[in-house]
Every structure is written in C-alpha cells, then in structure tokens.
Design a protein around this ligand. Sequence first.
Ligand SMILES: Nc1ncnc2c1ncn2[C@@H]1O[C@H](COP(=O)(O)OP(=O)(O)OP(=O)(O)O)[C@@H](O)[C@H]1O
Length: 256
Amino acid sequence: MTPKISFEAVSKTFPLKDTEFVALDRVDLDIADREFVTVVGPSGCGKSTLMSMAAGLTEPGGGRILLDGVPVTGPGPERGVIFQQYALFPWLTVRKNVEFGLKLAGLPADERRRRAQHAIDLVGLTDFADALPKMLSGGMKQRCAIARAYAVGPQVLLMDEPFGALDALTRVQLQDQLLDTWSRERRTVMFITHDVDEAVYLANKVVVMAARPGRIHRVVEVDLPYPRTEEIRLSPEFARIRNEVWHAVYHQESAA
Ligand SMILES: Nc1ncnc2c1ncn2[C@@H]1O[C@H](COP(=O)(O)OP(=O)(O)OP(=O)(O)O)[C@@H](O)[C@H]1O
C-alpha cells in the first residue's frame, strides 16, 4: 500500500560562512495512512525542517517527499499545520479564526459555519466560540489553533511542538483530546516533541533523530493499545518503551 507520506533520501544544507551546514542527510521515512508518528531528537537535528518540507513550506535540497505517491511542491489543503505559537488573529473571535481558512477556500457562509462549529465542539471550545483570543488561556488558544486546522478537513496533521508552551496538566489534557479526536476522525499525524513521555503516549511509532548531520537514528514501534489511558501511562510496558526511546535520544553514541 502506498504510504501517506514518504520521505525519500531527503537532504537539506544551509550556507554557513564559506561552507555548508548539513541539516538533514538522506532521510528515508514512510508514514502510513492513519498512523500517528512522533518525532523526537536533540535540538537542531532537523525535526522542524523535515516537517516544514512535508508542509511544502521548505524545499528539500536533495531527494523528495511524496504525499499519496505524488511529489510535494508546495502547501495544500490536505495538510494542516500547527505550530507551537498559536498564530491566531487577535481581533477575530474563536469562530471567525476557525472559519478563516474556510473563507480562503471559498466555502459558502452556512458551510463555513457548520464546519467551524463541528471543529470548535471537537476541541471543547463550544462555550467560547464567540470569545476573542485575549480571553482564552494558553491551552484554549492552542485548541483554537487545532480547531482551525481541523475545520479545513486535512487528511494529514503536521504538528510542530504544539503543546510545548503549555503547563504539564493542560498538556496531558490536550494529548488525550488529540487522541480522542484522532481515534474518531482518523487522520495521519506527524507530531514533533521534545518530551519523550508525550512521544510514546501519543504514537504508534516514535522516530528518534540524531544531529550533525540530522538523520534518523532509530524507529521505535509503540505496541500499546488505544485508547491510551492513565493505566497505560503508568504501566511497566509504557516505562519500558519510554526508557528505550530515552536511551536512543540521550545516549546516541552508545546506542548506535
Ligand atoms: N533557514 C535556515 N538557515 C540556516 N540554518 C537553518 C535554517 N533553518 C534551520 N537551520 C539549521 O538547521 C538545523 C536544523 O534546524 P531545525 O529547526 O530543523 O532543528 P530542530 O530539530 O527542529 O531543532 P529544535 O528542536 O531546537 O527546534 C539547525 O542547526 C538550524 O540552525
């Protein structure tokens, strides 16, 4: 079966003084349809660059990225991108923020309203649909950004440390909510995080990257059932996988 996203020998260099810095060196990775893949690795190993290329915002220097077998040449509505910074329009309500992309897509007003409401309900912001971003907590702002991405109905969600700026409790709540939505509306997710627990809790596959040059170091399958629960989070099997990923991230020389 054709993978949803394929990275084929993807490389990227950036100019550095009179030489070149190799940010990514021949990355090969397949993400299957409806998979939830998390990407972890040391700072500067190229996680964001990799995702930005999947989003069509950065061109690969070498190799190619395929979406359903077709080379990515730019952004598209089948890919929703969510960054750590919420990037909401402060003068628009939650509803208007969520409707924004739908307006750009040229959808009629009643369809925009219906889709936005569905996405707002999904992320639990029903009571705040008419609030401005300044009235929302950090977690609620990020929910709004997620709703905005969902509303367009992307098959793929590309999430770059979306919960990185949130407190631990909000983070756990949003992880559960994201998994809940994912299990109902199965999309393909590529999710970057610095947090090993988060990487294991969410994913069915954790990609561990290494730096200098940026490359894939290991891929760890997470053979834990969904729905993920607190019981799973506290289980010995979870701890075993978490330790394996932790070791792969923080002891790369000895693990190589
Ligand atoms: N536009 C750019 N120009 C020059 N160098 C860049 C550019 N974008 C990224 N880099 C370099 O490429 C490397 C990979 O960056 P990237 O942001 O993808 O890493 P990352 O793994 O996401 O890091 P972090 O975990 O710190 O966010 C870094 O060393 C960075 O300095």
